[in-house]
Design a protein around this ligand. Structure first.
Ligand code: ADP
Ligand code: MG
Length: 257
Protein backbone atom coordinates (compact mmCIF):
# COMPACT_ATOMS: atom_id res chain seq x y z
CA UNK A 1 0.00 0.00 0.00
CA UNK A 2 1.28 3.44 -0.96
CA UNK A 3 0.98 5.98 1.88
CA UNK A 4 -1.61 8.53 0.84
CA UNK A 5 -1.24 11.36 3.32
CA UNK A 6 -3.03 12.09 6.57
CA UNK A 7 -6.50 10.57 6.82
CA UNK A 8 -7.91 13.83 8.13
CA UNK A 9 -6.75 17.37 8.78
CA UNK A 10 -8.94 20.24 9.94
CA UNK A 11 -7.55 23.77 9.73
CA UNK A 12 -9.06 26.86 11.30
CA UNK A 13 -12.55 25.41 11.13
CA UNK A 14 -15.30 27.87 11.97
CA UNK A 15 -19.08 27.50 11.94
CA UNK A 16 -21.58 30.16 12.87
CA UNK A 17 -25.32 29.68 13.18
CA UNK A 18 -26.82 33.16 13.15
CA UNK A 19 -25.18 34.83 16.12
CA UNK A 20 -23.87 31.58 17.64
CA UNK A 21 -20.30 30.52 17.00
CA UNK A 22 -20.44 26.73 17.33
CA UNK A 23 -16.88 26.10 16.09
CA UNK A 24 -14.35 28.87 16.54
CA UNK A 25 -11.18 28.15 14.59
CA UNK A 26 -10.53 24.49 15.44
CA UNK A 27 -7.44 22.79 14.01
CA UNK A 28 -6.37 19.18 14.51
CA UNK A 29 -5.11 16.11 12.69
CA UNK A 30 -6.00 12.45 12.76
CA UNK A 31 -3.14 9.97 12.34
CA UNK A 32 -3.22 6.94 10.09
CA UNK A 33 -4.85 3.92 11.70
CA UNK A 34 -5.49 5.71 14.99
CA UNK A 35 -8.48 5.71 17.25
CA UNK A 36 -8.54 9.42 18.07
CA UNK A 37 -10.91 10.70 20.72
CA UNK A 38 -12.71 14.03 20.39
CA UNK A 39 -13.94 15.15 23.79
CA UNK A 40 -15.29 18.24 25.47
CA UNK A 41 -18.27 19.45 27.48
CA UNK A 42 -21.76 19.69 26.02
CA UNK A 43 -21.98 22.43 23.43
CA UNK A 44 -18.21 22.43 22.80
CA UNK A 45 -18.81 22.06 19.05
CA UNK A 46 -17.96 18.38 18.54
CA UNK A 47 -21.04 17.39 16.54
CA UNK A 48 -20.86 20.57 14.48
CA UNK A 49 -17.23 19.76 13.69
CA UNK A 50 -18.31 16.30 12.50
CA UNK A 51 -21.06 17.86 10.39
CA UNK A 52 -18.63 20.31 8.80
CA UNK A 53 -16.12 17.54 8.04
CA UNK A 54 -18.71 15.27 6.42
CA UNK A 55 -20.51 17.94 4.39
CA UNK A 56 -23.69 18.10 6.43
CA UNK A 57 -22.92 21.75 7.19
CA UNK A 58 -20.90 24.12 5.08
CA UNK A 59 -18.18 25.68 7.27
CA UNK A 60 -18.21 29.47 7.65
CA UNK A 61 -14.41 29.40 7.34
CA UNK A 62 -11.51 26.97 7.45
CA UNK A 63 -10.47 23.92 5.50
CA UNK A 64 -10.92 20.18 5.71
CA UNK A 65 -8.39 17.84 4.09
CA UNK A 66 -8.88 14.14 3.48
CA UNK A 67 -5.68 12.37 2.45
CA UNK A 68 -4.15 15.67 1.44
CA UNK A 69 -7.06 16.61 -0.78
CA UNK A 70 -9.26 19.54 0.20
CA UNK A 71 -12.84 18.40 0.68
CA UNK A 72 -14.27 21.55 2.32
CA UNK A 73 -17.90 22.14 1.39
CA UNK A 74 -18.39 18.93 -0.59
CA UNK A 75 -21.76 17.21 -0.35
CA UNK A 76 -22.06 14.31 2.15
CA UNK A 77 -22.27 11.69 -0.62
CA UNK A 78 -19.14 13.12 -2.27
CA UNK A 79 -17.29 12.93 1.04
CA UNK A 80 -18.55 9.37 1.61
CA UNK A 81 -17.46 8.33 -1.90
CA UNK A 82 -13.91 9.34 -1.00
CA UNK A 83 -14.03 7.01 2.01
CA UNK A 84 -14.87 9.35 4.88
CA UNK A 85 -18.15 8.57 6.63
CA UNK A 86 -20.00 9.29 9.82
CA UNK A 87 -22.75 7.21 11.31
CA UNK A 88 -26.30 8.51 11.13
CA UNK A 89 -29.23 7.68 13.32
CA UNK A 90 -31.59 5.36 11.50
CA UNK A 91 -34.42 7.46 10.11
CA UNK A 92 -37.99 6.63 11.04
CA UNK A 93 -38.83 5.41 7.52
CA UNK A 94 -36.16 2.75 7.86
CA UNK A 95 -37.85 1.32 10.97
CA UNK A 96 -40.33 -0.37 8.65
CA UNK A 97 -37.60 -2.10 6.69
CA UNK A 98 -35.79 -5.21 7.80
CA UNK A 99 -32.27 -5.17 9.17
CA UNK A 100 -30.97 -6.78 5.96
CA UNK A 101 -32.76 -4.21 3.78
CA UNK A 102 -31.32 -1.43 5.93
CA UNK A 103 -27.80 -2.66 5.33
CA UNK A 104 -28.36 -3.26 1.60
CA UNK A 105 -29.79 0.25 1.18
CA UNK A 106 -27.06 1.96 3.21
CA UNK A 107 -26.43 5.57 2.14
CA UNK A 108 -23.36 6.05 0.00
CA UNK A 109 -23.34 2.27 -0.18
CA UNK A 110 -25.17 3.61 -3.11
CA UNK A 111 -23.04 0.74 -4.14
CA UNK A 112 -26.33 -0.68 -5.34
CA UNK A 113 -27.00 2.38 -7.48
CA UNK A 114 -23.54 2.74 -8.91
CA UNK A 115 -23.53 -0.98 -9.66
CA UNK A 116 -26.84 -0.72 -11.48
CA UNK A 117 -25.53 2.23 -13.47
CA UNK A 118 -22.30 0.48 -14.37
CA UNK A 119 -24.06 -2.48 -15.90
CA UNK A 120 -23.70 -2.51 -19.66
CA UNK A 121 -27.17 -2.60 -21.22
CA UNK A 122 -27.86 -5.93 -22.82
CA UNK A 123 -25.24 -7.72 -20.78
CA UNK A 124 -27.48 -10.41 -19.41
CA UNK A 125 -27.06 -11.57 -15.86
CA UNK A 126 -25.08 -8.46 -14.90
CA UNK A 127 -27.66 -6.89 -12.64
CA UNK A 128 -28.50 -10.20 -11.01
CA UNK A 129 -24.84 -10.91 -10.24
CA UNK A 130 -24.25 -7.45 -8.81
CA UNK A 131 -27.38 -7.69 -6.71
CA UNK A 132 -26.12 -11.01 -5.39
CA UNK A 133 -22.73 -9.45 -4.51
CA UNK A 134 -24.44 -6.64 -2.61
CA UNK A 135 -26.61 -9.15 -0.73
CA UNK A 136 -23.56 -11.25 0.15
CA UNK A 137 -21.67 -8.22 1.38
CA UNK A 138 -24.68 -7.19 3.46
CA UNK A 139 -24.82 -10.67 5.04
CA UNK A 140 -21.10 -10.63 5.78
CA UNK A 141 -21.47 -7.24 7.42
CA UNK A 142 -24.40 -8.48 9.52
CA UNK A 143 -22.39 -11.53 10.58
CA UNK A 144 -19.44 -9.32 11.52
CA UNK A 145 -21.68 -7.35 13.90
CA UNK A 146 -23.53 -10.50 15.01
CA UNK A 147 -26.76 -9.09 13.68
CA UNK A 148 -27.37 -11.89 11.16
CA UNK A 149 -29.93 -13.62 13.39
CA UNK A 150 -31.95 -10.38 13.22
CA UNK A 151 -31.76 -10.02 9.40
CA UNK A 152 -35.51 -10.35 8.85
CA UNK A 153 -36.47 -8.30 11.93
CA UNK A 154 -37.82 -4.81 11.39
CA UNK A 155 -35.25 -2.18 12.37
CA UNK A 156 -37.94 -0.54 14.52
CA UNK A 157 -37.96 -3.61 16.78
CA UNK A 158 -34.26 -3.48 17.65
CA UNK A 159 -32.94 -2.49 21.08
CA UNK A 160 -31.02 0.77 21.42
CA UNK A 161 -27.71 -1.08 21.36
CA UNK A 162 -28.63 -3.22 18.35
CA UNK A 163 -29.60 -0.02 16.52
CA UNK A 164 -26.13 1.37 17.17
CA UNK A 165 -24.62 -1.79 15.71
CA UNK A 166 -26.89 -1.42 12.68
CA UNK A 167 -25.83 2.21 12.24
CA UNK A 168 -22.22 1.09 12.20
CA UNK A 169 -23.04 -1.75 9.78
CA UNK A 170 -24.75 0.70 7.41
CA UNK A 171 -21.76 3.05 7.52
CA UNK A 172 -19.39 0.17 6.91
CA UNK A 173 -21.23 -0.79 3.73
CA UNK A 174 -19.81 2.35 2.10
CA UNK A 175 -16.38 0.70 2.40
CA UNK A 176 -14.88 3.60 4.35
CA UNK A 177 -11.31 4.46 5.10
CA UNK A 178 -12.08 6.80 7.98
CA UNK A 179 -15.13 6.63 10.25
CA UNK A 180 -16.42 9.39 12.50
CA UNK A 181 -18.48 8.09 15.40
CA UNK A 182 -20.58 10.55 17.40
CA UNK A 183 -21.39 9.00 20.78
CA UNK A 184 -21.82 5.47 19.39
CA UNK A 185 -22.23 3.98 22.86
CA UNK A 186 -25.07 6.21 24.05
CA UNK A 187 -27.84 4.01 25.46
CA UNK A 188 -25.85 0.84 24.82
CA UNK A 189 -25.64 -1.80 27.56
CA UNK A 190 -22.15 -2.88 28.75
CA UNK A 191 -22.22 -6.21 26.88
CA UNK A 192 -23.05 -4.59 23.54
CA UNK A 193 -20.64 -1.74 24.24
CA UNK A 194 -17.87 -4.30 24.62
CA UNK A 195 -18.92 -5.94 21.36
CA UNK A 196 -19.00 -2.61 19.54
CA UNK A 197 -15.53 -1.71 20.84
CA UNK A 198 -14.19 -5.11 19.76
CA UNK A 199 -15.54 -4.54 16.25
CA UNK A 200 -13.95 -1.07 16.13
CA UNK A 201 -10.60 -2.57 17.13
CA UNK A 202 -11.04 -5.34 14.50
CA UNK A 203 -11.64 -2.70 11.85
CA UNK A 204 -8.56 -0.79 12.95
CA UNK A 205 -6.53 -3.93 12.43
CA UNK A 206 -7.92 -3.97 8.89
CA UNK A 207 -6.55 -0.45 8.43
CA UNK A 208 -9.49 1.81 9.23
CA UNK A 209 -9.01 5.08 11.10
CA UNK A 210 -11.51 6.34 13.68
CA UNK A 211 -12.42 9.67 15.20
CA UNK A 212 -14.66 9.11 18.20
CA UNK A 213 -16.81 11.53 20.18
CA UNK A 214 -17.49 10.00 23.57
CA UNK A 215 -18.24 11.43 27.02
CA UNK A 216 -17.05 8.41 29.04
CA UNK A 217 -13.51 9.47 29.97
CA UNK A 218 -12.49 5.98 31.12
CA UNK A 219 -13.47 4.55 27.75
CA UNK A 220 -11.49 7.28 25.95
CA UNK A 221 -8.46 6.79 28.16
CA UNK A 222 -8.46 3.02 27.70
CA UNK A 223 -9.06 2.93 23.95
CA UNK A 224 -7.64 6.05 22.30
CA UNK A 225 -3.97 6.78 21.71
CA UNK A 226 -4.63 10.41 20.91
CA UNK A 227 -7.23 12.78 22.31
CA UNK A 228 -8.40 16.18 21.06
CA UNK A 229 -10.18 18.33 23.65
CA UNK A 230 -12.65 20.95 22.46
CA UNK A 231 -14.06 23.75 24.56
CA UNK A 232 -16.21 26.64 23.33
CA UNK A 233 -15.55 25.77 19.71
CA UNK A 234 -11.77 25.67 20.07
CA UNK A 235 -9.17 22.97 20.57
CA UNK A 236 -8.11 23.39 24.19
CA UNK A 237 -5.47 20.66 24.19
CA UNK A 238 -4.47 17.48 22.38
CA UNK A 239 -2.12 14.62 23.03
CA UNK A 240 -1.90 11.17 24.58
CA UNK A 241 -4.68 10.43 27.11
CA UNK A 242 -2.36 10.52 30.13
CA UNK A 243 -1.21 14.03 29.23
CA UNK A 244 -4.76 15.26 28.62
CA UNK A 245 -5.94 13.90 31.95
CA UNK A 246 -3.37 15.98 33.82
CA UNK A 247 -4.17 19.27 32.08
CA UNK A 248 -5.65 21.67 34.64
CA UNK A 249 -7.47 23.61 31.92
CA UNK A 250 -9.14 20.45 30.68
CA UNK A 251 -10.28 19.50 34.16
CA UNK A 252 -11.53 23.06 34.64
CA UNK A 253 -13.44 22.99 31.32
CA UNK A 254 -15.22 19.81 32.35
CA UNK A 255 -16.04 20.88 35.88
CA UNK A 256 -16.75 24.49 34.95
CA UNK A 257 -18.97 23.45 32.01
P1 ADP B 1 -21.39 19.21 21.14
O1 ADP B 1 -21.62 18.16 20.10
O2 ADP B 1 -19.96 19.37 21.52
O3 ADP B 1 -22.26 19.03 22.34
P2 ADP B 1 -22.61 20.99 19.19
O4 ADP B 1 -21.69 21.01 18.03
O5 ADP B 1 -23.82 20.15 19.07
O6 ADP B 1 -21.79 20.64 20.51
O7 ADP B 1 -23.09 22.45 19.50
C1 ADP B 1 -22.21 23.56 19.61
C2 ADP B 1 -23.02 24.85 19.75
O8 ADP B 1 -23.66 25.13 18.51
C3 ADP B 1 -24.12 24.78 20.78
O9 ADP B 1 -24.24 26.05 21.38
C4 ADP B 1 -25.35 24.46 19.96
O10 ADP B 1 -26.51 24.93 20.58
C5 ADP B 1 -25.06 25.20 18.67
N1 ADP B 1 -25.67 24.55 17.48
C6 ADP B 1 -25.40 23.32 17.01
N2 ADP B 1 -26.09 23.05 15.91
C7 ADP B 1 -26.85 24.15 15.67
C8 ADP B 1 -27.82 24.54 14.66
N3 ADP B 1 -28.14 23.69 13.67
N4 ADP B 1 -28.37 25.75 14.74
C9 ADP B 1 -28.06 26.61 15.73
N5 ADP B 1 -27.17 26.33 16.70
C10 ADP B 1 -26.57 25.13 16.68
MG1 MG C 1 -22.79 16.43 20.11
Amino acid sequence: EVPRGLPLRVEGLRKEFGGITAVDGASFEVEEGSLTGLIGPNGAGKSTTFNCITGVHEPTAGDVYFRGEEITGLQPHEVAQRGLVRTFQIARELDEMTVLENVMLAPGGQKGESIARSVVPGLRGGVVDQERDLREEAWETLEFFELDHLATEYAGNLSGGQRKLLELARALMTDPDVMLLDEPFAGVNPTLEEKLLDRIHDLREQGLTFLLVEHDMDLIMENCEHVVVMHQGRVLDEGPPAQIQDNEEVIEAYLGG
